[in-house]
Design a protein around this ligand. Structure first.
Ligand code: IPM
Ligand code: MN
Length: 353
C-alpha cells in the first residue's frame, strides 16, 4: 500500500519523538511491503520563527493532501511568558484542528501491567483500567466568540458555544465507539450550572434510543474528576466538551504511570491526525531522553486508521515487549535500572516490528 503521511514534528522534543515514530513506520513498511511517503511541514514556534505564522497555508495544504498527519508537539517557553506576544504557537494548533475539521479527539488510556506500580495511585485501583476519552475538539470555550477584554482592560470574557450539529456528531461517534467496546458511555458535563451542558444532555437522551445496546450515564465533571482516580475501572467510553476533556485527559494520564505513554487520534471531516497527548517538554529538547512511546503508539493508531490493523498490532506488541523488558526512557525506568535514550527505545521497537 502507498500512503502519504504529513509529518509535523513541531517544537521542543517534537522532532526527536517523531523521528522514532517514523523509524517504526519504516520498519512496518519494510516488513509488510508498504510505501510511506513522508511530507514534513512546519508548525508551532518553529513555523513562527520561519514564516511569522504558526500554521502556514503551505502546511495546511500538505495536511489536506496527506492520507494522515503525524504530529509531534508545539510550544516554546519564550512565548509563554510574554503577555504581549501577538501570535502564539498554540494558535497554530487550534487553527490546524479547526481548519482540518478535527472535531473528535480520541484519547485511549493504555495500561501496561508492568507499569502499574509506576502510577502514583495504588496498583489495585489502576489495575485493569481501560477506557477511552472522546474530547470534543473544535467547539466550546476554545473557539467561542466573543473572547477578550473590555476597553479598560479590567474585565475579560470567554464564551462557551455549542450547536446541535456539533453535539450530535460527537455523541454519535462516542456511542459508536462504546458499541464496539464494553457498551458503556459516560457523558461528562456540568448540566446543573451550564447551558451548553444542558443541550448536551438533552441531545444525548434523544440519541440514546438509536443505541439500545449501550448503557448511557451522565456524570458532573467535578464528580468525574474524582471518580476517575478513585475507580478508573468504572469507565469504558467517556465523552465530553473541549475544556473538560483537556483537563480530564491530563488527569487520566496519571493512571497509566506516565504522560509519556499516551497517544491520541483526532478525526473529523478531513485528514485525521495522530499525536501524543503530552506537550513539547522544552527542558528535554535535544537531550535524547524524552519518551517516544506516546508518539509510536500514535503511529500505531495511524496505521489502524489506514486499515492496517495487523501492522498496528505489530507495533503495539513491540512496544509491550520494550516496556516488559525495561527498554524504556528515564521517566518510567525502574529505580536502579539503566534508562535508555529516546533513539535506543525507537531502535528496539523498530527492530521488534
Ligand atoms: C492539548 C493541549 C492543547 C489544548 C494546548 C497546547 C492548546 O493542552 O492538546 O491537550 O489545550 O488543547
Ligand atoms: Mn491538554
Amino acid at each position: 500500500m502507498e500512503k502519504n503521511i504529513a509529518v509535523l514534528a513541531g517544537d521542543g522534543i517534537g522532532p526527536e519523538i517523531v523521528a522514532e515514530a517514523v523509524k517504526v513506520l519504516d520498519a512496518v513498511a519494510n516488513k509488510y511491503g508498504h510505501r510511506f511517503d513522508y511530507r514534513p511541514a512546519p508548525v508551532g514556534a518553529c513555523a513562527i520563527d520561519a514564516t511569522g505564522d504558526p500554521y502556514p497555508a503551505e502546511t495546511h495544504r500538505v495536511c489536506q493532501e496527506a492520507d494522515a498527519v503525524l504530529f509531534g508537539a508545539i510550544g516554546d517557553p519564550k512565548y509563554d511568558n510574554d503577555p504581549a506576544a501577538k501570535v502564539r504557537p498554540e494558535q497554530g494548533l487550534l487553527r490546524m484542528r479547526k481548519s482540518l475539521g478535527l472535531f473528535a479527539n480520541i484519547r485511549p488510556l493504555v495500561m501496561f501491567d508492568s507499569l502499574a506500580d509506576r502510577s502514583p495511585l495504588k496498583t489495585e485501583i489502576v489495575k485493569g483500567a481501560d477506557f477511552v476519552c472522546v474530547r470534543e475538539l473544535t467547539g466550546g470555550m476554545y473557539f467561542g466568540r466573543p473572547q477578550g477584554r473590555s476597553e479598560d482592560g479590567n474585565t475579560a470574557y470567554d464564551t462557551c458555544v455549542y450547536t446541535r450539529e456539533e453535539v450530535e456528531r460527537i455523541l454519535h461517534l462516542a456511542f459508536g465507539l462504546a458499541r464496539g467496546r464494553r457498551k458503556h458511555l459516560t457523558v461528562v458535563d456540568k448540566a446543573n450550572v451550564i447551558a451548553t451542558s444542558r443541550l448536551w444532555r438533552q441531545i444525548a437522551k434523544e440519541i440514546e434510543p438509536q443505541y439500545p445496546d449501550v448503557e448511557l450515564e451522565f456524570m458532573f465533571v467535578d464528580n468525574a474528576a474524582m471518580q476517575l482516580i478513585q475507580r478508573p475501572t468504572h469507565f469504558d467510553v467517556i465523552v465530553t466538551e473541549n475544556l473538560f476533556g483537556d483537563i480530564l485527559t491530563d488527569e487520566s494520564s496519571v493512571i497509566s504511570g506516565s504522560l509519556g505513554m499516551l497517544p491520541s487520534a483526532s478525526v473529523g471531516t478531513e485528514t485525521a491526525l495522530f499525536e501524543p497527548i503530552h506537550g513539547s517538554y522544552p527542558q528535554a529538547a535535544g537531550k535524547n531522553i524524552a519518551n517516544p512511546m506516546a508518539t509510536i503508539l500514535s503511529a500505531a493508531m495511524l496505521l489502524e486508521h489506514l486499515g492496517l490493523n495487523e501492522e498496528g498490532a505489530a507495533v503495539r506488541r513491540a512496544v509491550d515487549k520494550a516496556v516488559t523488558e525495561g527498554i524504556v526512557t528515564e521517566d518510567i525506568a525502574r529505580t536502579g535500572a539503566r534508562a535508555y535514550s529516546t533513539s535506543e527505545v525507537g531502535d528496539f521497537v523498530a527492530a521488534n516490528v
